[in-house]
Ligand binder design. Sequence first.
Ligand code: NDP
Length: 246
Amino acid sequence: MRLKDKVAIITGGARGIGKAAVIKFCSEGAKVVIWDVLDIDGEKLANEMNEKGFKCKYFHVDVTNYSVVEEVTKKVIDEFGQIDVLINNAGITRDATLLKMTEEQWNSVINVNLTGVFNCTKAVAIYMVEKGKGKIINTSSVVALYGNFGQSNYVATKSGIIGLTKVWARELGRKGICVNAVAPGFIETEMVQTMPEKILQMMKDKTPLGRLGKPEEIASAYLFLASDEADFINGAVLSVDGGITL
Ligand code: NDP
């Protein structure tokens, strides 16, 4: 019960890595709040968790909209009394090579992956600062560390997240809040299923462990960084990638 009675918000928690984190955090004693735009999946997951005796609530939150994020953050405080953990997990891809990338593709990825992280962190950090304690975990990617063909927009956001993590680790660290990032390798989720099989096989071949990661393996990294065991870890970027960056 590493998160007993902690209140954790997980963005993009309706499916993929976020869903695995919701299940893991509930089983570790946390009260879990899901923020997502996938209403049917989010509601279903929250109901399943509650039926198992855990405390879980779904909110429709588009992380790109600061006023919505701010308003729902207040609702979480009203209902749960505190926010101990924020997992900035929501993210999208809209891949194209530089010369083919549209303004819409560029802006949509920047808005969700970067502005969304700024919005959620700003809204939630206010309450963590009041309490003098909190854990914020941002989701970067292995591609932030070595780039990726056809992902100017996505790589810009995932590299930006590493920078933000370090800035906030400095700014908020002195107020008792730890800010860290996880950099997943290629993980078996819907997001990766859109990639051509040839590319996925290449990624497996490049990974010393010879396989893609599982959503639960990223959720375990979130759990560790969210737990009291990680109280002196701040500003770190934890690669969870089977060694692909070696
Ligand atoms: P998924 O696409 O499976 O899940 C992401 C969730 O975020 C979806 O439910 C998605 O909804 C939601 N979301 C999208 N836009 C918004 C928004 N504006 N507001 C709130 N929620 C939103 O992704 P993964 O589980 O694969 O990835 C989770 C995180 O891990 C992402 O940040 C991703 O970039 C990162 N990552 C993933 C890797 C992988 O291999 N899978 C590798 C490295 C990093 P919808 O489906 O409607 O878009």
